[in-house]
Design a protein around this ligand. Structure first.
Ligand SMILES: Cc1cc2nc3c(=O)[nH]c(=O)nc-3n(C[C@H](O)[C@H](O)[C@H](O)COP(=O)(O)OP(=O)(O)OC[C@H]3O[C@@H](n4cnc5c(N)ncnc54)[C@H](O)[C@@H]3O)c2cc1C
Length: 510
């Protein structure tokens, strides 16, 4: 095994927007960036279409953006955190522009602002039309490669954190150059989302919560795991990940209808632009009743679809659908995880020396449901916050008693978990199916097979979903259909999840 540690370097796991921002903001402090795939590939950041939210337009301000965020979060946002992150949006946009991101502009040269679901103002900055993430990642990847303080290791997958007491002392990674061990007192997890744990998802297949497993196994506290946002309008085609037909298409006026032409969102407040969980449930219920669902953008006055949405037009064409003349078949798919590694505003987890940012982290910004386009913003802002926090910290590696399970499985396979989790933790949940999933996942999570880490994360999600005996935001329990009078954020450690699952398994067997 190589000991690849530059001991004063910070190790950043994941090269999406959050990881790249953290690395750039840390400079000139040295950082080693581990990325499973070549930078830009296999990152949800690259797939983002709609854009990034910031209250920059006329008639808009922080209070309005905050109000929309809190409303979407359905009573569980941390208001102080939300105010700090949303208030940092203008500076984050400025930084992205300085780093070379070319946001779209109107004919007068001002930043063009789009509208998305549940935003009360036009505040979505986009780039390359609907290729916002690609453009942001293009600029940042280029800059990262030119920054001497950043060592990029592509093809390196973090498998385990080294822990001494409650302190991080290193990272063990599998790589195409063989196993690698990094001694470091400072690790940032920026591994993105969990969609790859499910059968239908818009996330890259490699996004299956490896960072959550790393943190959970190190004893870190995880938060709000039960809150998973389903995008209501993924293209119901043959590709995986499912292609996303962005909210912006509905923002421009596209309508949802089933195969009989019934516009089933017509009487729902907000219509097609109601919060995502409401739209996802409506589409799910249509499909459960045997209907097919379509997004119809054919009759939008003045919309040049291929010009405004070139990427969407392209992948629709690849599936044989022309959105100018045909309705687009859609279905709900796992899109975003509000939960993650519990962190404070500086990105610090409950384990000393372990920070997290981006989708893998849970700051409390999103509460029970994410407001569209707040996640790229959170990745950009919190990547910066994490770097500032690390710069203000002096930690050194303690050598004694380092715990490293080098029998760790060389690669993870989420496939055995996908069916169980999709059935139990989908758009609609109940006690019976969640308990059955916990009993089924437990032996996999305790085993030594390749599905162990995905099963650990799946198990924690299922236990969190069981414990929340109410329906709120993106979490819908058919056996508890109403929101509780009083609700709080949820926090969970791996040992508590395993103990709960053992009790369920015993109860089920009895
Ligand atoms: C199709 C789609 C469209 C979206 N559109 C928008 C939008 O318009 N606006 C918006 O705000 N949000 C959008 N989102 C959500 C947003 O893109 C993500 O929340 C955000 O980009 C997450 O950034 P990240 O840096 O945390 O993770 P990612 O960009 O997913 O990057 C994580 C990286 O970590 C790597 N990684 C994972 N595990 C390991 C490991 N063990 N070792 C090494 N590397 C690892 C992955 O390969 C990946 O490269 C969209 C998401 C999707 C899927």
């Amino acid at each position: 095994m190589d000991s690849a540690g530059a001991r004063d370097a910070c190790v950043i796991i994941g090269g999406g927007l959050a990881g790249l921002t953290a690395a750039l903001s840390l400079a000139p402090k040295p950082a080693i960036l581990l990325s499973k795939a070549p930078l830009g590939l296999e990152a949800a950041s690259t797939l983002a279409q709609g854009g990034i939210a910031a209250s920059l337009g006329p008639g808009d301000d922080l209070e309005l953006h905050l109000a929309d965020t809190l409303k979407a979060g359905d009573g569980l946002c941390d208001e102080e955190v939300a105010r700090a992150i949303l208030g940092s949006a203008p500076a984050a946009i400025e930084d992205l522009i300085k780093r070379g991101v070319a946001f779209d502009r109107d004919t007068k040269g001002a930043l063009a602002l789009g509208l998305e679901a549940a935003h009360s103002r036009r505040r979505i900055l986009h780039a390359g039309g609907d290729s916002s993430g690609r453009e942001i990642m293009r600029a940042l990847t280029r800059l990262v490669r030119q920054t001497p303080s950043i060592t990029v290791l592509e093809g390196a997958t973090a498998e385990q954190l080294l822990i001494d007491g409650n302190c991080v002392t290193g990272v063990f990674a599998a790589s195409n150059r063989g196993p690698m061990l990094f001694e470091t007192a400072c690790v940032v997890i920026a591994t993105g989302g969990i969609g790859g744990l499910f059968q239908y998802s818009t996330n890259p297949a490699g996004s299956f919560g490896q960072g959550l497993a790393l943190a959970a196994k190190a004893g870190a506290l995880l938060a709000d795991l039960e809150f998973i946002q389903f995008h209501p309008t993924a293209l119901d085609g043959a590709s995986f990940p499912l292609k996303l037909v962005s909210e912006s298409v509905r923002g421009e006026g596209a309508i949802l209808a089933n195969e009989t032409g019934e516009r089933f969102m017509a009487d729902v407040p907000g219509g097609e632009l109601a919060p995502r969980d409401i739209v996802a449930r409506a589409v799910w219920q249509q499909m459960a009743a045997g209907h097919r669902v379509f997004l119809d953008a054919r009759n939008i006055l003045g919309l040049d679809f291929p010009r405004r949405f070139p990427a969407i037009a392209g992948f629709c064409q690849a599936e044989g659908i022309d959105p100018v003349t045909q309705p687009i078949p859609v279905r709900p798919a796992v899109h975003y995880h509000m939960g993650g590694i519990a962190v404070d505003l500086a990105g610090r987890s409950s384990v000393e020396g372990l920070w997290a940012c981006g989708e893998a982290a849970c700051t409390g910004l999103h509460g029970a449901n994410r407001l569209a386009s707040n996640s790229l913003l959170e990745a950009a802002v919190c990547g910066q916050f994490v770097a500032e926090s690390i710069k203000g910290t002096t930690r050194s590696v303690r050598r004694k008693g380092v715990r490293c399970d080098t029998n760790t499985t060389p690669s993870s396979d989420p496939v055995p978990v996908q069916k169980i989790l999709s059935h139990a933790a989908g758009v609609l949940r109940n006690r019976e199916i969640l308990q059955a999933a916990a009993a089924e996942l437990l032996p996999v999570a305790l085993g030594r097979g390749k599905a162990r880490d995905p099963a650990l994360v799946g198990l924690m999600i299922v236990i969190a979903a069981l414990r929340r005996q109410e329906s709120r935001g993106a979490h819908t329990r058919t056996d508890f259909p109403c929101p509780a009078a009083h609700a709080e954020r949820s926090f969970l450690r791996l040992d508590a999840a395993i103990a709960a699952a053992r009790a369920i398994a015993l109860e089920t067997a009895a």
